[in-house]
Design a protein around this ligand. Structure first.
Ligand code: FES
Length: 142
């Protein structure tokens, strides 16, 4: 919220035709050493999770039918990766396990009962709905 207010002040100046020095702080094209370190860290996270999570799901021995109430798994069904969750009521909910942001595999967060993406932090409900971005599209049913 503070950043939004701080960005609004130079934006007002820009609309009025002035060029405030603060505008450079919020320039979407700014790139410095600190942002390149952050970018490298984010890329490292994706590089770590993308192949290992897919390999784990490919070799997963868990079956959807064996899921007890409240349990979840990411596994493969044919050529598709499936995120399966069995609700306490016994209802089985199966979704695509591929995050709709950039395709990493989601993992079940048992404490929150959500599907979380380890790559950039998107979170989805057990019905696939987006709880938190950067993903904007829900996980489709599997
Ligand atoms: S791949 Fe980016 S949040 Fe999932």
């Amino acid at each position: 919220m503070t950043g939004g207010t701080a960005a609004g002040l130079p934006l007002d100046e820009l609309i009025r035709g002035r060029n405030p020095w603060e505008a450079a702080l919020f320039d979407p094209n700014r790139f410095d050493l600190r942002s390149s370190v952050t970018l490298a860290k984010d890329d490292g996270t994706v590089a770590k999770h993308l192949p290992t999570d897919y390999a784990r799901a490919l070799t997963s021995a868990s079956t959807v039918d064996a899921l007890g109430p409240g349990a979840a798994t990411v596994t493969r069904r044919g050529s598709r990766f499936v995120a399966a969750y069995r609700a306490e009521t016994g209802e089985l909910r199966t979704l695509s396990a591929c995050c709709t942001h950039l395709g990493c595999l989601v993992a079940f967060n048992n404490a929150e009962k959500t599907w979380d993406c380890p790559c950039h932090g998107s979170r989805f409900g057990t019905d696939g709905s987006v709880i938190q971005g950067p993903a904007t599209n829900p996980l489709p049913p599997a």
